[in-house]
Design a protein around this ligand. Sequence first.
Ligand code: F6R
Length: 233
Amino acid sequence: MKIIKVKNVEESAQKALEIYQNVLNNGARVLGLATGSTPIPLYQKFADSSLDFSNLISINLDEYLGLDGQDKQSYRYFMTENLFQYKPFKYSYVPDGKSGNYEVATKNYDQIIDDNPIDLQLLGIGRNGHIGFNEPGTSFKSTTHIVDLTQSTIDANARFFEKKSDVPTKAISMGIASVMSAKKILLIATGESKAEAIAAMVNGPVTESVPASILQQHSDVTIIIDEAAASKL
Ligand code: F6R
């Protein structure tokens, strides 16, 4: 793991932007993307940059179950609001949260990933060490699947909803094996609330209880962390 320590959120986004500039100059064509608070400063930098994504494909990590792309809380909507409206891709895949048949939806998503191997997968990390919506206990062999969100994740995501009872309790997520299939991985973590998860990911044992710990076994992972997220290393 290559760890880049930065002072603050602004610097984390700047460093990440530089990594994207480099990877795109070297011919990357498929970007794995994430939602949540962490990547927003980077997406703002993308929007303000001269980077052109119009020949690229994006593949998002996850989506809430039961929300379609018009729903303001959906991750498809989040991506449109924060990135796609400014920087359209040739094609942008987000898991289908409203599919009537989740067996088909998960298989289709795996096929999309197989057909479009991810050059650079962007990740945030949950306070409990989740990546994508792969909660503690998820098999390292998992591909796209339906997930029961843990209470800790529901609580953390409640800030985006009017009422906690509005937060979906299930999601469709790329699996851990799908994430690990990316050629390169970039994980960004900022803030004190991520410090414990970062310490467990970097220095703890590789265990399914800490999904992000599997990244120790990927050959090309970069972690960008600010001082607060690095405080327990
Ligand atoms: C989002 C995702 C999640 C988040 C994680 C951190 O697509 O897959 O794993 O990256 O929950 O969320 P934030 O950045 O809001 O702290």
